[in-house]
Design a protein around this ligand. Structure first.
Ligand code: GDP
Ligand code: MG
Length: 615
């Protein structure tokens, strides 16, 4: 393949990709349209029956367009030519009939007519909605050509008055784009000064750098006249040379003269023409096709850098979006397991950030220890428990029939036991409070893990597993903190009691009338001793309960929240793993589209790379 062919082939492929992508919709439509704009296509402009469709056909080298007198072309036809390897079977395909390959080109012509009628009805009306046709053939150069309805001056029977303007507006919309190359078709048997094609081309391309003047119907000129003034650029100067053409006449069409013969006849016409013989190698449809390709190559070369940067930008955007959405799930169990572990790790990372700081939430655990627990400890109903009345009751009950002599050992123990019992409440409450903070952090972390977004099923399973683990840690936390409380009551701090002042001294002068007051002071002292011992214990528990909670719950959550889950997953089979990775369908759809686009853009980039280096 020559550089030129591959360059133009590249353009076509990118444009085709754009068309396909355009159909997918999506929000990178801007990229599509700017890509499309960046690449040239060839549009024919000219008066009705000037031979536009005939010129296009001979560039393609195939009979497939409806031709004839009157308004035949009534919708734009966007025609993409794709060169195939030599020996391949030629075929055509319509965008509106995907997967149907036409090998009979007369059926292509029929389908163009039918598809035109489908939109406009069997009238002389026109429609700006284009028909997209691709032709795959070893005999074409890669090009995008656009056939358009001919410019007219008056509306004929069955056409609205506005049609003249409508056609002009439609044609103009195609040729005014700076990326369009204009084939301005004028018939040689009319004065060039009256050419609609040249008139419009001059308006939209005043410098003439993208206009190619084509003179048809040279064979139909009056005897004794020739078009040399036009063809040699004396009548109307264009940047590019004029090309003269001899298409098939209506009689040829009626006789089904085929393209090969038509081309040969055209070649012979120029070779043998006394007027144009000296221009023979710069005339004819084959030469026109070559001229166009060369021009396209230079245009494309000039635009490659901007196309490349546009494509690279789109690729970057798509890749980051794909990273965001997550890559497709692999099919083998090993890779699925890997994906699941990755997901878990991503979740754990965020969960730890919540605990360790960086993300909010961990501070609420400290709040439990710093506020909630001390407040709960302060609120314990110890005053009631150590009221004079209750102390007396408990002490007397423990003494039994013989009141104690010096200090009520049993009474002390019972009072302390009773008081310590109250500590079970705050201990359990701390465990629960931290449990709920952790649970909330799990929930938050799942919601914040981007990677999990597409897997609603897995999210649920992960949450369930984490909650179960937290539940186990809570059990452990309760056992441990309650044990701390129990330990306090199972062995009292001897020293504390040894250091208590001896009561006996205070009972130095026991008078009968004073015995009641003595007893009252005695019990009050017992109460206050117990109270200060409990205060001591309370201070200890205020410090040890948080340690136990962190040890059993927070530390465990950080280190082994998903351990049990991992073991379970390890036992699962491929099918079960896949079920866990059941995706959110909308997400899946979005990713597939993204991946498809990315693939197309990457292919385009590879192609550009491969042709830009060939010189
Ligand atoms: P369009 O309306 O511009 O697309 O023109 P067509 O390609 O449909 O051609 C209109 C008529 O002009 C057809 O009957 C063609 O056979 C005839 N025609 C076009 N070009 C030539 C030519 O170079 N020589 C002759 N003799 N007839 C031509
Ligand atoms: Mg036509």
């Amino acid at each position: 393949m020559t550089t030129m062919e591959s360059l133009i082939g590249l353009v076509n492929r990118i444009q085709r990709a754009c068309t396909v992508l355009g159909d997918y919709g999506g929000d990178d439509n801007n990229t599509f349209s700017s890509l499309w704009e960046a690449l040239p296509s060839v549009a024919v402009v000219g008066g009705q029956s000037s031979g536009k469709s005939s010129v296009l056909e001979s560039i393609v080298g195939r009979d497939f367009l409806p031709r004839g007198s009157g308004i035949v072309t009534r919708r734009p036809l966007v025609l993409q030519l794709h060169k195939l390897e030599g020996g391949s079977q030629e075929y055509a395909e319509f965008l509106h009939l995907p997967r149907r390959k036409f090998t009979d080109f007369s059926l292509v012509r029929q389908e163009i007519q039918d598809e035109t009628d489908r939109v406009t009805g069997k009238t002389k009306q026109i429609s700006p909605i284009p028909i997209h046709l691709s032709i795959y053939s070893p005999y074409v150069v890669n090009l995008t050509l656009i056939d358009l309805p001919g410019l007219t001056k008056v509306a004929v029977e069955g056409q609205p008055e506005s049609i003249v303007q409508e056609i002009e507006t439609m044609v103009r919309s195609y040729v005014e784009k700076p990326n369009s190359i204009i084939l301005a078709i004028s018939p040689a048997n009319q004065d060039i000064a009256t050419s609609d094609a040249i008139k419009l081309a001059r308006e939209v391309d005043p410098t003439g750098e993208r206009t190619f003047g084509v003179l048809t119907k040279l064979d139909l000129m009056d005897k004794g006249t020739n078009a040399l003034d036009v063809l040699e650029g004396r009548s109307y100067r264009l940047q590019h040379p004029w090309v003269g053409i001899v298409n098939r006449s209506q009689a040829d069409i009626n006789k089904n003269v085929d393209m090969i013969i038509a081309r040969r006849k055209e070649r012979e016409y120029f070779a043998n023409s006394p007027d144009y013989g000296h221009l023979a190698n710069k005339m004819g449809s084959e030469y026109l096709a070559k001229l166009l390709s060369q021009h396209l190559e230079s245009v494309i070369r000039a635009r490659i850098p901007s196309i490349t940067s546009l494509i690279n930008k789109s690729i970057e955007e798509l890749e980051s979006e794909l990273d965001h959405l997550g890559r497709p799930i692999a099919l083998d169990a090993g890779a699925q397991l890997y994906t699941i572990l990755e997901l878990c790790r991503a979740f754990e990372r965020i969960f730890k950030e919540h605990l360790d700081g960086g993300r909010p939430g961990g501070d609420r655990i400290y709040n439990v220890f710093d506020n909630q627990l001390p407040a709960a400890l302060r609120k314990l109903p110890l005053d009631r428990h150590l009221s004079l009345q209750n102390v007396r009751k408990v002490v007397s009950e423990s003494d039994g029939y013989q009141p104690h002599l010096i200090a009520p050992e049993q009474g002390y123990r019972r009072l302390i036991d009773g008081a310590l019992n109250y500590f079970r409440g705050p201990a359990e409450a701390s465990v629960d409070a931290v449990h709920f903070v952790l649970k909330e952090l799990v929930r938050k972390s799942i919601a914040e893990t981007q990677e999990l977004k597409r897997f609603p099923t897995f999210q649920a399973e992960l949450a369930a597993a984490a909650y179960q683990a937290l539940e186990r840690f809570r059990e452990e936390g309760k056992k441990t903190t309650l044990r701390l409380v129990d330990m306090e009551s199972s062995y009292l701090t001897v020293e504390f009691f040894r250091r208590l002042p001896q009561e006996v001294e205070k009972a130095e002068n026991p008078a009968a009338s004073n015995s009641d007051r003595y007893a009252e002071g005695h019990f009050r002292r017992i109460g206050s001793n117990v109270s200060s011992y409990i205060g001591l214990v309370s201070d200890t528990l205020k410090n040890t309960i948080p340690k136990a909670v962190v040890y059993c719950q927070v530390r465990q959550a950080k280190q082994s929240l998903l351990n049990h889950f991992y073991t379970q997953i390890g036992k699962k089979e491929g099918k079960q793993l896949l079920q866990m990775l059941d995706e959110d369908p909308a997400m899946m759809e979005r990713r597939q589209q993204c991946a498809k686009r990315l693939e197309l853009y990457k292919a385009a980039r590879d192609e550009i790379d491969s042709v830009s280096f060939v010189r």
